[in-house]
Design a protein around this ligand. Sequence first.
Ligand SMILES: Nc1ncnc2c1ncn2[C@@H]1O[C@H](COP(=O)(O)OP(=O)(O)O)[C@@H](O)[C@H]1O
Ligand SMILES: [Mg+2]
Length: 421
Amino acid sequence: MDSKARFIGAISGVRGGKTTIGAIWLCNRIYQDYQKGVTGDYLIAAPTSKILDQAALPKFKEIFPKDWGEWREQPKSYFQLKWTKKDPDGKDTGEPCRIFVRSLDDPNAIEGMECLAIWADEVGLMKDQAWINFQSRTSITQGPVLMTGTPYSMNWFYRDVYQSWKDGNKDFDVVQWRSMDNPSFREEEYERAKKTMPKVLFDRTYGGQFTRLEGLVYPEFDEDELLVDPFEIPAVGLVFAGLDFGYNNPNAIVYIWEDPKTKIYYVFREFYQNKVLLKDLAASINHHQPSYVLADTQSAQLIAELRRFHGVRQIREADKVKEAGIERIRNLLIEKRLKFFRNRTQNLVEEFKTYHYQAPKADGTSSEKIVDKHNHALDALRYAFSRPLQGLYVNRVKRDFKSILKRRGERLTPSDPLTGY
Ligand SMILES: Nc1ncnc2c1ncn2[C@@H]1O[C@H](COP(=O)(O)OP(=O)(O)O)[C@@H](O)[C@H]1O
Ligand SMILES: [Mg+2]
């Protein structure tokens, strides 16, 4: 609120109060301008119409004093203020001042405006072009730009705003705080997330700090602790599998048993081979009799063929949302609830040790993309856990009804609210 800098970053963890402070800040700016007799337009921007409609706009409507003007949907959303613009000689133009409200789904949404101040919410999700536009929309007025946001990734917000401030550039100011610093944020949630989330992600999401995802995708994978000597899989508990199709690349299937007492998942077997036929995959699956197999959705045709011509009726399409899937596996590793049979899952273990993010670029930004190699068994594993389906498909298995029914009876509801497992 007190910053005199032209570009201000207000960076906090989720639900830290950014949107609230953004709305208050803009009203405060408008009031100051009004008192000084400065007239003109303003802008509220959000990365998507959803964020705009669900956060920035309702919050602003709540804070905006009713006697300043009114909200208009047509022709394009804006607040019309009760006062009018003056030309450079101080003569009234009769043209009302406005607060434009725009979602930047369309990068040209704010072309041609000239703004006395801009408030941009959740800027971490905006493209580089947004930042260029904010500067040009205020280049004549030299008005301030408040950027509120959670640090999502190492993008322009990090490079051009945060780093410029760090480097001592006087045009920039950054204020950072944690979710917990908001008095209405619940401490239990903070503590729960701290316990269950990887540290880099926690510091980013709840700490409001820029952290870089780099190095290994699964740094929690600890061979000493997570590899166990093979044992015979008991008839109780759930057996399920994940499948990643390949041809020149390996086809990978991982088989998992859930210990119903400890809720630990044991990856007890993998199938890992290139240039095999569907019937070989089917033979492996039919041998291990998983209650369900979740497979790569890109290969819908192969899934259909396995189901119809090879008797693999329990095969289903996986949910391929990658980030969430990786988080789920990481959480299971952190909780030490995912273990691996020694010498039966070598390729999977090898992939855990090599799967990594692309190195950051020289300017400190990073795409945070994962190097798309060494990930066949890992993808299969991610698919296996991609839906909290325990037991949903158990009735489709051909043989061994007794143990299946028994397993179904012991099926448990998801125990962890974050992973669903
Ligand atoms: N200073 C504050 N004191 C108490 N509650 C606050 C404060 N700032 C915001 N809140 C409340 O906290 C919740 C999250 O605020 P919001 O501005 O939506 O956070 P963010 O945009 O960071 O996710 C809202 O219910 C809001 O009313
Ligand atoms: Mg918000």
